[in-house]
Design a protein around this ligand. Sequence first.
Ligand code: SF4
Length: 426
Amino acid sequence: MSVALESGRADTKIIPILKERGQREVFCGLTGIIWLHRKIQDAFFLVVGSRTCAHLIQSAAGVMIFAEPRFATAIIDERDLAGLADANEELDRVVKRLLERRPDIKLLFLVGSCPSEVIKLDLSRAAQRLSAQFTPSVRVLNYSGSGIETTFTQGEDACLASLVPTLSSAPADAPTTLMIVGTLADVVEDQWTRLFNEMGVHNVSYFPPRRSTELPRIGPNTRYLLAQPFLADTARALEERGAQRLPAPFPLGVEGTTEWLRAAANMFGVSTDTFDAVTMPKRERALRALQRQRPQLEGKRIFFFPDSQLEIPIARFLSRELGMLLTEVGTPFLHKQHLAEEMAMMPAGVQISEGQHVENQIDRCRSAKPDLVVCGLGLANPLEAEGMTTKWAIELVFTPIQGYDQAADLAELFARPLSRHLRLVA
Ligand code: SF4
């Protein structure tokens, strides 16, 4: 384990970044299946893993009961682990049975896990073999959700990166299009589509789409906006196909949403007058809604453990729009290019840490005595037992939080545990 200090250069200031390595307290990327399966409605996620993996997904999915679930685990048992059974044959049999029973599945993801990697089950070859067998009615892809050195949001990144090679190529003389990248609630997409259309921007697609048959085309005329900060591999794969990222902060809060939309508006030649006419009513309404949350949050001290990779944009929003004081903002990874606009907006003197050394972070958290701690599920209970008030980072990906209409909902996610704490001590 090691600790190092380096500097992250934002446009106007240098923010020191504490780099840490040590014990981690995170969920693996299988967790992403919970929101990905809700989004891509004709996809199925088959985890090739152990009973532990099955339990993780079931508990992350909570009490959701579906008549026809769209994720499952093909359990690798002792015979597979001991090499007594041919895991490929068993997998083919499970997939065949699944696809016979479920003709609604058009896209099947084989999701790798720690056990499938331990027995060196080659899921990319399995996906190619099965795709050849079931195309054109079903496409089979694979990605890895495993990992001790990963974060729970990386599952989405791996999934979307695996989808990029399947996008059709747009012709070189195709008109410029805008692709919004990252899994979003349908309600958020619908709001943005309306806003873009009102500005006169009509060539807008979403990746991932709601159905695998609606995958956008890609080429040198594709401009893309990241809607989530944890999509480094997906962004790289898109750029290898010719797409260009529009630099912007992330669409969290009024300010982030405005600058994110402005990046697209500038690209498509929307005038300032049109941009303001379309966005101003939404901005004003969102600001009024935020004012109602502000008294509960202003001046409160918040500490972020590294977990979701959303920490920096959320901290920027809470600090600049709600007056919260940032004691430490931990993030598992800091992508300097994707977060450059966010870093430029962070308050001077903020402590940012990258990576995890959980004992050191707990010590710093204890001495900071924050009013609110944002952390993973594994840390929340012990910290609550010590009298701290916590917020589960995972809620930030299960809740629609992007855009103007959701800015107050995002603020409320942080106000709620504070008011619960006040009721408990009253
Ligand atoms: S993929 Fe690995 S870390 Fe994730 S639940 Fe399965 S065994 Fe655990």
